[in-house]
Design a protein around this ligand. Structure first.
Ligand code: GH3
Ligand code: MG
Ligand code: MG
Ligand code: MG
Length: 313
């Protein structure tokens, strides 16, 4: 399987000897590669930036700055570092070869070279480069897919807020954090008052819209670390990290008041809802979230019993 066509590949050739440039250019041209030529290290650095070649054939011994320095400079730029550099050098010295690889070269070919061998090496390094790019793209796509799946698994489709699964997972994490650092954290359990009446009066679809509207109101009045989600039906939960029960009551009261004050236009009339909220907080000895939710549920039950549209801790 070929990953590239030679005419789509630009090869930069760097050599201070004009004849060398011509010979190499001829060889590459016959195969169909695109070529760009420069005759010193400074030009090479400029050309790499402006032309972004797919591969570089780099002479080692050049006046002013030599190939090793050029290679090092290119490699130190993250935007250019994935361009494969093949040294083409008259030097047979082991030390030069080792330095070239140390500076980040992918290969080292000595002059005079065999045409077929040079072309085979160029081809192999281009193939490796394109495989790396393909793999990188696949990994990015996979990462995106995983993120999408995670979002799907953790959010409520109607409102876009977190779902019960996610809320419980975060709550368990908060319990561990609270145990370790001796923090407190508050849980608000919120239920829309007489919601059946909204459904009975306006229909289930309008009921859905009212739920969506309500979640937006709540989101507008929460802090960034707070975790708000749908626990089920028209019941919602807010997790407040590093928050004690008194502060939790203040937040709950603010949410209750904001929902009470706002209304949504439905079929030409303003519909407003109220919520009741039960507040509980983590206390030493709580091993799972169930115990805290249970206390919040009892508080919510009392809020309903005492006339609704209120907060009870
Ligand atoms: P209370 O004040 O005691 O909470 O009265 P309520 O009428 O709200 O009673 P309850 O909480 O028991 O009932 C909730 C109703 O909410 C029943 C159910 O049909 C409705 N409901 C639950 N989920 C949805 C939903 O996703 N969309 C709509 N439109 N209605 C829902
Ligand atoms: Mg030279
Ligand atoms: Mg209700
Ligand atoms: Mg309910």
């Amino acid at each position: 399987m070929t990953l590239f066509r030679p005419e789509d590949c630009l090869i930069l050739v760097v050599d201070d000897v004009k004849l060398n440039l011509q010979v190499i250019a001829n060889i590459l041209d016959k195969v169909g590669y695109e070529i760009t030529l420069v005759s010193n290290g400074y030009q090479a650095l400029e050309r790499v930036q402006s032309a972004r070649p797919d591969l570089i054939l780099l002479d080692l011994m050049m006046p002013e700055i030599n190939g090793l320095e050029v290679c090092e400079k290119i490699q130190s730029n993250p935007e250019l570092a994935d361009i494969p550099i093949i040294f083409l050098s008259a030097s047979q010295e082991q030390e030069h070869l080792l330095q070239a690889f140390e500076k980040g070269a992918v290969d080292y070919v000595t002059k005079p070279f065999h045409t077929a061998e040079l072309l085979a090496r160029v081809r192999m390094h281009l193939e490796l480069k394109y495989s790396r790019q393909k793999l990188k793209k696949l990994l990015e796509e996979q990462k995106e897919l995983v993120e999408q799946l995670e979002k799907l698994a953790n959010t409520d489709p109607l409102t876009g807020v977190w779902n019960r699964r996610y809320l419980l997972m975060i709550a368990e994490q908060e319990i561990k954090r609270s145990q370790r650092y001796n923090f407190s954290f508050a849980v608000l359990l919120m239920d829309i008052d007489h919601f059946k009446k909204i459904n009975d009066t306006y229909g289930h679809n309008i009921g859905d819209e009212v739920i969506i509207f309500m979640t937006k109101t709540v989101l507008n009045h929460l802090r960034q670390p707070d975790c708000f989600g749908r626990f089920g039906g028209e019941e919602f939960v807010v997790l407040l990290p590093e928050t004690d029960i008194d502060e939790g009551v203040i937040v709950a009261e603010r949410i209750r008041e904001n929902i009470n004050n706002e209304s949504i236009a439905v079929e030409g009339q303003q519909v407003s809802i109220t919520v009741s909220i039960g507040v509980a907080s983590y206390s030493l000895g709580d091993k799972t979230i169930d115990a805290i939710i249970q206390r919040a549920d009892q508080a919510l039950y009392q809020a309903k019993n005492q006339g609704r549209n209120r907060v009870i801790a």
